[in-house]
Design a protein around this ligand. Structure first.
Ligand SMILES: O=C(O)[C@H](O)CO
Length: 325
């Protein structure tokens, strides 16, 4: 019997460079399909493992940790978000939690800008017209959108990703960038000339609102009917963080009734969004399938960081990126 530590990997399609690192010193088993591991399988397979390599599609809760057993030392997710992991339960059991911040900051900021521009300049709507015969001729006011120049852009969240989004917005010449966070980020804000505002002011004043905060009990469905009611009718909401930050039914109503102008979403609830979801019937929403960090080199490095986090935790060393519990 091998004395190597046992690691269960919930995705067989993470970049092999990460799996290779693990295979050098661990006994690695993986779920075998590209769709997420079924919960019953996860619960069965995690039993007796020393580490779990998971993704945001896997809910790692008390039941999973119970099934793993007391030898489980580490849960490492190939994501910066860890709202799918019960970190409090991990803390109680002394299980270390690894994640992948920083490496995906630029890719996510880039995608956020792409989504913002696709939404405000109506790229997908316009592109459809080319194929469906809607393009009759150039027309003065046809397919006009709302430019970033001269606009007020509010960021909910101003961590690494928020700061990089702001830096990429500056060249588009907005009148003002504001940010809403619990504590001031004075130095970081100065770099992009951003002003701290409370959530209500951001709702009332912004032409664009970009969600780049973590999903926590505090931010869960913070964009609800009352919030949409306070927003300007020309406001465009962009969300590349987590679908749970937005009450999606309220968003649908706000978009349908033109309470707000448009939305660009890289994240939804649930994921994937069912094909009969009412949001898919609206013209004023652009939806992407959670591809914020989907840049090839970024995803490869995310795979390696997740592996290195596991190896460090198993050796009792400092992890490259560990969630403070
Ligand atoms: O949390 C994350 O890492 C993103 O949502 C996916 O890469």
């Amino acid at each position: 019997m091998s004395s190597q530590p046992k690691v269960y990997v919930t995705r067989p399609d993470v970049d092999d460079s990460g799996l290779e690192l693990l295979r050098k010193s661990c006994q690695v088993s993986t779920w075998h399909e590209t769709n997420p591991v079924p919960r019953s399988e996860l619960i069965r397979e995690v039993a007796g493992k020393d580490a779990l390599y998971c993704a945001l599609t896997d809910k790692v809760d008390k039941e999973v940790l119970d099934s793993a057993g007391p030898q489980l030392k580490c849960v490492a997710t190939i994501s910066v978000g860890y709202d799918h992991i019960d970190v409090e339960e991990c803390r109680k059991r002394g299980i270390r939690v690894g994640f992948t911040p920083d490496v995906l900051t630029d890719a996510t900021a880039e995608l956020t800008l792409a989504l913002l521009l696709a939404t405000n300049r109506r790229l997908f709507e316009a592109n459809k017209q080319v194929y469906n015969g809607g393009w009759k001729s150039w027309a003065p006011m046809w397919m006009c959108g709302q430019g970033l120049k001269g606009s007020r852009v509010g960021l909910l969240g101003f961590g690494r990703i928020g700061q990089e989004i702001a830096a990429r917005i500056v060249p588009f010449k907005p009148t003002e960038i504001t940010y809403t966070t619990r504590s001031l980020r004075t130095k970081e804000a100065a770099a992009v000339n951003a002003r701290h505002v409370d959530f209500d002011e951001m709702l009332r004043e912004s032409d664009f609102i970009v969600v780049c905060c973590a999903l926590t009990p505090e931010t869960k469905e913070i964009f609800n009917a009352a919030a949409f009611q306070k927003m300007k009718p020309n406001c465009i909401l962009i969300n590349t963080a987590r679908g749970g930050v937005v009450d999606q039914k309220a968003l649908y109503e706000a978009l349908k009734t033109k309470r707000i102008l448009a939305a660009g979403l890289d994240v939804t609830t649930p994921e994937p969004l069912p094909l009969d979801d009412p949001l898919l019937k609206l013209d004023n929403v652009v939806i992407l399938p959670h591809i914020g960090s989907a840049d090839i080199e970024t995803r490869k490095e995310m795979s390696r960081i997740t592996a290195r986090n596991i190896l460090a935790a198993l050796a009792g060393d400092k992890m490259e990126a560990e969630v403070k519990l």
